[in-house]
Design a protein around this ligand. Sequence first.
Ligand code: UD1
Ligand code: MG
Length: 450
Amino acid sequence: MSGRTSLTIVLAAGEGTRMRSSMPKVLHQVAGQSLLAHVLGAAPHGDGSALAVVVGPDHQKVADEATRARPDAATFIQRERLGTAHAVLAAKEAIARGADDILIAFGDTPLISAETFARLRAPLQAGAALAVLGFRAKDPTGYGRLLVDGDQLVAIREHADATPGEREVDLCNAGVMAFDGKTALKVIESIGKANSKGEYYLTDAVEVVRAMGLQATVIETSEDEVRGINTKAQLAEAEAIMQARLRQAALDAGVTIVAPETVFLSADTTFGSDVTLEHYVVIGPGVSIADGAVIHAFSHLVQAAIGKNASIGPYARLRPGTSVGEGARIGNFVETKAAILEAGVKVNHLTYIGDTHIGAGANIGAGTITCNYDGFNKHKTVIGAGAFVGSNSSLVAPVKIGAGAYIGSGSVITREVPEDALVFERSPVSVKEGWAKRFRDDRAAAKKAR
Ligand code: UD1
Ligand code: MG
């Protein structure tokens, strides 16, 4: 942005009562990320880009989320909810520090893009004191209407204060504004509260700017980009829009997605080249998938790193802390958690691997369970490279199995197995010849007697 500095102020002091939730509105998620984090992610980044988030009192969690998403964010508390202009002034200290462009955005519009912030700043460079983001609303009810004269923005009229004629206008205020830093504070501090709600409306900035003989203008964007979230239904709509975007971006980047409408991604999902996602794959936050990996149908991944050419699923569940090495295979009905699988490991069927490190090339048979929890604490299992764990074995952690060891199927391993050791640890089987027939005959007789 041609060297201009910026301060972005994100308003997030609202209660969000219409969400009918005990959680503050902006902490609800779209594509695995809070509404607030989406907005903060789109806001200008890097040198010369300051960020302030205005939160309500008792909203420590919102402040924490702001600094988690953007460690450079300063948070300010709006003690009383007296309107959007009043909320901006909670960050007065940051405004007073000065910036070329002062941007205002709402924490509940998660679909806004970085490009739109950049577009909105352009008129300031051309001399405008204020640029407002507008959109054509299918149903403008409730939005502030943008009243224009040629390329000039004359006023924003809140729905409640608009005349029937003004309500006909479909060009609406998205809530995102860019102020020239030289006049921003003076403009916002001049805003009064002479309106039907008795609130300090940020939208009145337009008339203040005009009265000062300065210019205000509109930059238009699509309605989808500025949808505000007030209800769970709107949250679900935003999710659908975001998923469509993420799928398109993945397809554009060369990911094969067999049935895109059935695949769900997170905003932070990363892909290498030639990755394939089969039907009904759900990818939660913190997942990276390297070159050539295939995620087969009906798999669910969260906080997992998938190595090159690995194969996952169908029906696999990879939980947080899973790392799958190059060429490794995780098959159907396998669950992993805090599990590091080195290159070439095979865990093909019906298995739970938790708090475990598996060395390269080890083979874990069907039905193997790492018994990681003793009812009080979690314990670790370490399986050496090239080990073979026979089907239906229980590995009772903490336990180590040496490299190259061979565990017979059905074993219950409760102590360390040395490298290259062979273990068959089963209860002796007693075989009683002919007893099955006697058992059946007895039951048949008992049934007859009833
Ligand atoms: C606002 C705009 C309206 C616009 C619409 C777009 C004003 C006066 N109106 O109306 O023109 O069409 O958004 O969605 O700006 N907030 C605070 N503190 C406050 C009041 C609000 O932090 O005291 C925050 C809210 O949490 C929210 C944002 O500001 O993130 C907007 O407030 P909201 O009450 O939703 O305004 P709208 O009535 O939707
Ligand atoms: Mg709103």
